[in-house]
Design a protein around this ligand. Structure first.
Ligand SMILES: [Zn+2]
Length: 248
């Protein structure tokens, strides 16, 4: 059994909106389980990372959607041959944007045409992975617990280390008290580490791995300005350097 982090999650916000970089994680167990799919902006990278692991979308037996916010689920249409695992509450009450937007009903129609598994709390989904209900951020948010080491793939129940320490996600689209209980539930499992929705993996002692993320901003003269963001502790600068003219 192996856990492969296909796409790192990061909390990248700007004055012109969020990039919505949600973690996409592959569990290679008796079956291949993908946890979250990212969004259209990460579609090409997702395909490339699958292919880099010798897989195509057809090799993914099951896709867990932790919740229906757009940054976690928009690429689900790539997985027509997979079982799509979601909680009944999220299918009923979840939404793409966190509030009742116009696209959500159409998206749910698409989901209902797929091979859905409406999962129960504590349900085993592969030899070594189970679902736990972690609502609060959204009505039916779920997380995945993997292996005897209890690695928790937490989606936005725990979006980052800061939220874990505070005991509350950054954003609540459903209910704060419920979200708090969900983090307590995850903590009570004493996980060896957590793969959060928008940060590098960590445990009670801090980060266990750091992801470097290159942000490429194109300037008017067509030179690329590359800003490398590292997930450092908050008291250190986030922008470590730029390499003008370096194509990526
Ligand atoms: Zn998210």
């Amino acid at each position: 059994m192996k856990i492969v982090r296909l796409l790192p999650g990061a909390g990248i916000r700007s004055s012109i909106g969020t990039m919505g970089a949600a973690a996409v994680t592959l569990i290679q167990d008796d079956i291949n389980v993908l946890v979250d799919t990212g969004h259209f902006g990460s579609r090409d990278k997702l395909m490339a990372r699958l292919s880099g692991n010798g897989l195509t979308t057809r090799d993914i037996d099951a896709v867990v959607l932790t919740h229906l916010n757009w940054d976690h689920c928009l690429n689900v249409d790539l997985f027509h041959d997979s079982k799509i695992i979601i909680s009944p509450a999220e299918l009923e009450k979840g939404s793409l944007s966190g509030s009742m937007d116009g696209l959500t009903p159409k998206f749910k129609d698409l989901l209902k045409g797929m091979d859905l598994l409406l999962v129960s709390d504590n349900q085993r989904i592969s030899a070594n992975a189970s679902i736990i209900y972690t609502p609060g951020h959204t009505p039916g948010h779920i997380s995945v617990v993997v292996g005897v080491d209890r690695v928790v793939i937490a989606g936005d129940a725990v979006p980052n280390l800061r939220a874990y320490r505070r005991g509350m996600p950054d954003l609540i689209f459903f209910d704060a008290a419920t979200a708090k209980s969900s983090i307590e539930r995850i903590k009570s499992l004493k996980p060896s580490y957590i793969i959060p929705g928008h940060d590098s993996p960590f445990n009670d002692n801090g980060y266990v791995e750091r992801d470097d993320i290159d942000i490429i901003l194109r300037k008017e003269n067509e030179e690329n300005l590359v800003v490398i963001i590292r997930n450092t502790e908050a008291d250190k600068p986030l922008v470590l350097g730029s390499e003008p003219g370096t194509p990526k």
